[in-house]
Write a protein that binds this ligand. Structure first.
Ligand code: GLV
Length: 328
């Protein structure tokens, strides 16, 4: 493929520096309006390029791939989650899929901690009270939240982001517990002083705060189910910066409404960009608009990863961040 430039179509607006570099390296079609593409537009784009650069807002399912024809060789996702892509269908069609792991780990972990602090310590309640002019001076009984230090944090999914959350949480004096398909290496457990729970049920029943850091795959859909939410302590909090689909959102809302859970900090939702209006009415939640990885530095790093993946592929090598169906 070297010689003539690879035809690349990018589905959303990317940082200026990334778009400029892509334009130098490839025959690139950008989306300067940033308007998300419809299914028809996506199928059309996929049929006219060698490499497609989608994001998590583009659903690349079997239908889009079938309509794309034979030209498309690479889907270089701008993002770490690939749950918007039917990786198996892509693989069957001989299309390589890549993502951008690693570069949004620390930003996402920072935001997880921000939510983990904000809900029990009522940071948003405090900000709102200030804005409404309700501060009448310090009071022994006003704005009381719950202590973070010494509590048990249960991390669901101990990959890169889960570990980065654990490192931060340990510094706040939280006791680290985790559930994962496999235990982390002994050195990681030792560094974090982390306790592995093979049984998610057993862990959830004992935690004060639960952080969801598992990717959304068919196996993790509603992993935090209605039944599992009922196992949690009524004083417990839940934070989700992964994907909305990992938690049964309707069941979570019911648990928050009925006081079966103390509160939630959410950055992701099951039907984005729609947010259940009942969530917006709850006093004990902090809601963010899917912004955990949103730093200028992170977006540029993600763009650089996408470029390296495309360039390596174009040069006839195996791209560094290839995603295989078996990994999901
Ligand atoms: C962000 O949510 C990502 O998956 O990159």
């Amino acid at each position: 493929m070297s010689g003539s430039k690879l035809k690349v179509i990018v589905t959303r607006k990317l940082p200026e520096a990334v778009e400029t570099r892509m334009s130098e390296l490839f025959d690139v079609e950008l989306n300067t309006s940033d308007k998300p593409m419809t299914i028809e537009e996506l199928s059309d784009a996929a049929g006219r390029c060698d490499a497609l650069v989608p994001t998590l807002t583009d659903k690349i399912d079997g239908r889009v791939l079938a309509r794309a024809g034979d030209r498309l060789r690479l889907i270089a996702q701008f993002g770490v989650g690939v749950d918007n892509i039917d990786v198996r269908s892509a693989s069957l069609r001989g299309i390589t899929v890549t993502n951008t792991p690693g570069v949004l780990t620390e930003d996402t972990a920072d935001m997880t901690l921000a939510l983990l602090l904000a809900v029990p310590r009522r940071i948003i309640d405090g900000v709102d009270a200030m804005r409404r002019g309700e501060f009448e001076g310090w009071s022994p009984t006003w704005m009381l939240g719950r202590r973070i230090y010494g509590k048990r944090l249960g991390i669901v999914g101990m990959g890169r982001i889960g570990r980065a959350v654990a490192r931060r949480a340990k510094a706040f004096g939280l006791q680290i517990h985790y559930h994962n398909r496999k235990p982390a290496p002994a050195a990681v457990e030792e560094e974090l002083g982390a306790t592995y729970w093979e049984s998610l049920d057993q862990m959830l029943a004992r935690m004060d705060i639960v952080s969801v850091n598992a990717p959304h795959t068919p196996a993790s859909f509603h992993l935090i189910s209605a039944r599992r939410l009922k196992l949690m302590k009524p004083s417990a909090y839940i934070v989700n910066t992964s994907r909305g689909e990992v938690v049964d959102e309707a069941a979570l809302i019911r648990a928050l409404e009925t006081g079966e859970l103390a509160g939630a900090g959410l950055d992701v939702y099951e039907n984005e960009p729609a947010v259940n209006p009942r969530l917006l009415k709850l006093p004990n939640v902090v809601l963010l608009p899917h912004m955990s990885s949103a730093t200028e530095e992170g977006r540029i790093d993600m763009g650089e990863k996408v470029i390296i993946n495309i360039k390596t592929f174009a040069d006839g090598h195996r791209p560094p961040d290839r995603v295989l169906p078996a990994m999901l």
